[in-house]
Design a protein around this ligand. Structure first.
Ligand SMILES: [Zn+2]
Length: 97
């Protein structure tokens, strides 16, 4: 029934929120090195998923991550971590321009 579907969706949303909170607490230092270009980032950087597993600078976020999210929206919603092969592939694509 509708009520059942609603609660399942709410639970999924709550799980996603919790995952994002854990991501913030555990994997979100204030300063770090961009996982895409290797330059330092400040103010916690940005979540680079699903383009990369890690955090990136603002420049790479707008150049690679946001366009990639629009093309791979379902992967992004599912919060699936990338395999090493996918990470390397994306990195090479980014470096190639
Ligand atoms: Zn960068």
């Amino acid at each position: 029934m509708t009520a059942m579907k609603q609660s399942r969706r709410e639970r999924r949303q709550a799980e996603r929120m919790l995952n994002n909170m854990w991501d913030l607490v555990l994997n979100n230092p204030k300063h770090g090195v961009c996982c895409i270009c290797g330059k330092p980032y400040h103010n916690h950087g940005n979540n680079a998923r699903p383009f990369m597993n890690g955090r990136c600078c603002n420049e790479c976020d707008s150049k690679y991550v946001i366009p990639y999210r629009l093309l791979h929206y379902e992967e992004y919603q599912a919060q699936m971590p990338l395999s090493e092969m996918e990470v390397n592939y994306n990195l090479e694509k980014a470096k190639a321009g």
